[in-house]
Design a binder for this molecule. Structure first.
Ligand code: 3NM
Ligand code: MG
Length: 525
């Protein structure tokens, strides 16, 4: 009988210190002589047996046979699976490393018991990896497996491997967990780890910490919706709007009362404006582009804005440090992929950022959101028409229906909130989508209005994290109705005088807890 294996915490190691807390151990040793391999494997197997943990040997079918452990794990360049199966018999576990749909197809076809899918992220542990496939590469394989009619594809056990550590594991699992709206139900059964456990000062403490992280709800899961999808779908539009209006004073007030940090890593042009907007809505601004400060700032109540306006390699490194810090703290991050569609360097920067972490909200104009869709693996090709000129949005290519569909698809895929700004704004969490038609043309005639909307939304999501979509909707309304109010009360002659009047109006509406917002909103659900 083949043993049933709990793959949730799969340790890959070359040491005999079997780690309490892991659920399966793979002995991977690429350098020792055969005699030593067998001696170590035997010792390791004794320890594993005492703790009821299966032992798998990497690559070496002969070693697995010699110690009669539970199975082997083979890479694409190792012994072929049919031969390994013939030597080991039907009762041993055979896992296979795969990095593409085709490799996965062949492995399952030939009777693999599990797939190690990777490489997720680049890792110093394995320098000669064939390809770094990221979250999207793993999702593609899982998606394909879950669509097959034959159960053996849908039921195959999977783990992901490469660069997983304590600060990204919950986000990786959260993003890999497939959303139901894509009818794509398969996720990984576990994570395989080398250095984050074995290179830790106390590997057993690190293993226990992983175990905890795997059973704890992730910081994002705990703070997603306040309404079930079914309940939402049953509500009529006016009921949805009524509920939204009821929440506005509370949410606007909570920004003002909690004074959340709005930490902006943004371009030089908008820093002063962003700080003034943050103060006007009641938030507490900090403009720090130094990633080394982020771990301390992430511990405060606040949100981070990553603005891609100036995407040099050094700034990108600082962004990645800050993303890791805010993800680890569970505090919200707004990604503003400025000009993401404009150049291949920016598309690469976007891909780097999206691989570096989880963004609670991604906001951009139409072209930028199209670039995000591509980075998320949703559109295969951006044709020439979507090539962005400068950072401006250009003429619209999409109908309202297409926009609604696009933001909702990306949000479902990334499991976050996606906002496409424009004359009408479209914002979705993958289940609920709002169209907002407030705002004023002067917002499009001054510099940085999109950037400072990001500043506003980071503060709103930090102040009202229990439903980040609604928090962001209220933040947009505060922002856009303030622009309208600035022009309505009569002191504005053009974009120059608009800016101070806009800051006044933001502040007025914050103090008034958004009373004017409830009256003036133009929202469709
Ligand atoms: N196999 P760490 S990546 C052993 O992609 C191994 O097939 C990989 O190490 C693959 O957890 C990898 O330290 C090393 O990043 C993973
Ligand atoms: Mg191998």
């Amino acid at each position: 009988m083949k043993p049933t294996v709990d793959y949730s915490l799969y340790l890959v190691t070359d040491s005999t210190d079997a780690i309490l807390g892991v659920t399966v151990v793979q002995y991977r040793d690429k350098t020792s002589d055969t005699g030593d391999l067998i001696r170590t494997a035997h010792k390791l197997h004794q320890v594993c047996k005492r703790h009821g943990i299966p032992l798998i040997i990497n690559d070496r079918v002969d070693v697995a046979l010699a110690v009669d452990c539970e199975g082997v794990h083979i890479g694409q360049d190792d012994m072929d699976l049919p031969t390994a199966r013939r030597l080991l018999g039907p009762d041993k576990i055979i896992g296979v490393t795969v990095c593409s749909i085709e490799e996965a197809r062949v492995a399952v076809e030939q009777g693999a018991d599990n797939l190690g899918i990777g490489t997720l992220y680049s890792t110093a542990t394995k320098k000669n990896t064939k390809s770094i496939i990221g979250i999207n590469g793993i999702r593609k394989i899982l998606h394909w497996l879950s669509r097959q009619n034959d159960r053996k594809y849908r039921d195959i056990n999977t783990v992901c491997i490469g660069g997983i550590n304590a600060s990204n594991v919950q986000r990786v699992l959260y993003q890999l967990h497939a959303p139901s709206s894509e009818q794509y139900t398969k996720t990984v059964d576990g994570i395989a780890i080398v250095s984050a456990i074995m290179a830790a000062e106390q590997p057993d403490v690190a293993a226990k910490h992983f175990k905890q992280l795997l059973t704890m709800p992730s910081p994002w899961k705990a703070k997603s919706h306040t309404i079930s999808i079914d309940a939402w779908n049953r509500q009529k539009e006016e009921e949805k709007l009524h509920d939204l209006k009821e929440q506005i004073p509370k949410i606007v007030g909570s920004v003002y009362e909690k004074k959340p940090l709005s930490h902006n890593m943004t371009n030089l042009v908008v820093q002063n404006f962003a700080a003034n907007v943050a103060l006007a809505i009641g938030a507490s601004p900090i403009m720090s582009n130094n990633g080394a400060e982020a771990p301390d700032l992430a511990k405060l109540n606040g949100g981070l804005v990553i603005n891609m306006g100036t995407a040099t390699p050094e700034i990108l490194r600082n962004h990645c440090l800050a993303i890791a810090a805010y993800n680890a703290a569970g505090n919200p991050i707004v990604l503003d992929p400025v000009g993401a569609g404009a150049t291949s360097a920016r598309r690469e920067a976007l891909a780097t950022l999206m691989a570096a972490g989880y963004f609670d909200l991604i906001k951009g104009n139409e072209r930028e959101i199209l670039a995000v869709a591509a980075a998320s693996g949703l559109l295969v090709n951006l044709d020439d028409k979507t090539q962005q000129r400068g950072v401006d949005s250009g003429d619209s290519l999409l109908t309202n229906e297409q926009k609604t569909h696009l933001v909702s698809r990306i949000a479902a895929r990334e499991r976050n909130t996606v906002l496409m700004t424009g004359k009408d704004d479209f914002i979705s969490d993958g289940h609920r989508t709002f169209m907002i038609s407030n705002g004023h043309q002067y917002l499009g005639m001054i510099t940085g209005s999109g950037c400072v909307l990001g500043t506003t939304l980071a503060a709103y999501m930090a102040a009202a994290p229990e439903d980040k979509l609604v928090a962001a909707v209220v933040g947009i309304l505060h922002f856009e109705l303030a622009a309208q109010r600035a022009c309505e009360i009569g002191k504005v002659d053009g974009p120059g005088t608009f800016v101070p009047a806009f800051i006044d109006a933001l502040s007025f509406m914050a103090i008034n807890k958004g009373r004017d917002i409830v009256q003036g909103l133009k929202v469709r659900v």
